[in-house]
Design a protein around this ligand. Structure first.
Ligand code: CAA
Length: 419
């Protein structure tokens, strides 16, 4: 493991200005609302119009981060954006964000694409850049920004959403010091979720995607577990390695997925500890105890995801923000496990230790205020916004300090307004 303390110093969140209640959506679709709220585990779903594209969301999160931290932009040396919802085949979202904020010219800017995994790839690249010494004291911005969009009326519809999370990555990891070199990765070329160029809606083989997620989780966890045992971050014994992590955070395409993930991870861990598949009796015992264990190790990380829906790259980091908002003080000095999954697929299970200043840092993100400022829309309004052409955003003034996409000029260049 790297001797350097590197990780997330601070984070900020940008949310779309509107949302729909999943109960309203279920009623409009003639579905029992319990399917969306209990079956999928959601409450609300962020609603965007084309003015809130991945650039606007990313720029809004970076603006919030710079304001909350007072970070001197002159100290930044890297801006990496993880996104599935890029806006141009050549020009990255990072380039727009760099320009909108007038960031220093002497820095790297680039996007990383691998469905929902891109932000984690950016975080690892930034952390390893700093740990290597190449950053020479500079910091990195890593932004996870996405609009999750499926076909209207399709099975993926209640699992849409959108958000951006901006991470300040440095050698003063007040929020989360990463265990560099310990993570486990799992990759496989599959078509569980994809979006051919030119399409606005993702294509997905839903139930297969859940299977792929769980398979990737098991493999990534085995990699993390082996290295964590070797480096004595966790120890063999009656307490499972995964139980030695204070909390487990997952990529959350819908909240129920985190429950499925937790159950699967525990089974993998129990079988590794036993050296054999679990008997029917052991499985039944595990199943009976699962809800209580889930509430203790995962539960408090899901409330923000339940109110935003899927935000692809940003979803794991919304879970981190939600967890720290409720438990940062109690968790200071304790280790978390985080699982990032990008369909297609690439995934990584990594860990880190919550910093002593995490409570103050997350308070500065003002999550409750962000949620309170949103406007509830009905299903007819959500459908109207959904159907707007990608290059025809609503004429709506950006809020102070925020950005909106306003249209494309005759040369195909995207235009943004600042509030
Ligand atoms: N009351 C309570 N629960 C109910 C219910 C009711 N009336 N009716 C159904 N349910 C439950 C079902 O039992 C089921 O629960 P379990 O999975 O625990 O059995 C749950 O509600 C969902 O029901 P279905 O499986 O019948 O739902 P569906 O076939 O309509 O679609 C889905 C579910 C496949 C997840 C679909 O929403 C989808 O395709 N979503 C997009 C893909 C996705 O999110 N994949 C996740 C893994 S890939 C990934 O993570 C990357 C990414 O971000 C996309």
């Amino acid at each position: 493991m790297s001797k350097h303390r590197v990780g997330i110093e601070a984070l900020a969140v940008a949310l779309p200005e509107r949302y729909v209640e999943l109960e309203d959506l279920a009623k409009a679709r003639g579905v029992d609302p319990a399917k969306y709220t209990t079956g999928l585990g959601g409450k609300q779903m962020a609603v965007t119009d084309p003015g809130e594209d991945s650039v606007a969301l990313a720029a809004n999160a970076v603006g919030a981060l710079l304001r909350a931290t007072g970070q001197d932009p002159g100290q930044l040396g890297m801006l990496a954006v993880g996104t599935e919802s890029g806006v141009d085949h050549a020009k990255p979202v990072a380039s727009y964000v760099h320009g909108l904020h007038g960031l220093p010219r002497a820095m790297r800017t680039f996007d990383i694409q691998h469905a929902c995994y891109g932000g984690t790839a950016g975080l690892m690249a930034a952390a390893e850049w700093i740990a290597s010494g190449a950053a020479a004291g500079r910091k990195a911005l890593v932004v996870c920004a996405d609009v999750a969009r499926y076909e209207l009326l399709g099975p993926g519809e209640p699992t849409q959403g959108g958000a951006a999370v901006a991470l300040l990555v440095s050698d003063t990891p007040d929020l989360l010091a990463l265990d560099l070199g310990i993570s486990g990765a799992a990759t496989q070329h599959v078509h569980d979720f994809w979006r051919p160029s030119g399409r606005r809606e993702a294509l997905v083989d839903g139930h297969y995607s859940v299977k792929c997620y769980l398979e990737a989780l098991g493999e990534a966890y085995r990699g993390w577990r082996q290295r964590a045992l070797e480096r004595e971050l966790v120890r063999p014994g009656p307490t499972l390695p995964s139980e030695q992590l204070a909390r487990l955070l997952f990529h959350v395409p819908f909240c129920k997925m985190a429950k499925k993930a937790y159950a699967h991870l525990r089974q993998v861990d129990l079988e590794l500890a036993a050296g054999a598949p679990l008997s029917a009796e052991a499985l039944a015992k595990e199943s009976a105890a699962l809800e209580a264990k889930l509430a203790g190790q995962v539960g408090s990380s899901l409330w923000l995801n339940a109110r935003v829906g899927n935000a692809y790259t940003a979803s794991l980091y919304l879970a981190l923000a939600g967890l720290l908002e409720t438990e940062a003080s109690a968790l200071a000095g304790q280790r978390l496990g985080l699982f990032s999954y990008g369909s297609g697929y690439c995934s990584e299970l990594f860990s880190g230790v919550v910093g002593e200043r995490a409570a103050a840092r997350i308070a500065a993100a003002g999550l409750e205020e962000l949620l309170a400022r949103r406007e509830r829309v009905d299903v007819a309004e959500y459908e109207r916004l959904y159907r707007l052409a990608a290059d025809a955003p609503e004429a709506r003034a950006p809020r102070p300090g925020m950005f909106r996409f306003t249209g494309i000029d005759s040369e195909g260049r995207r235009q943004y307004a600042a509030g």
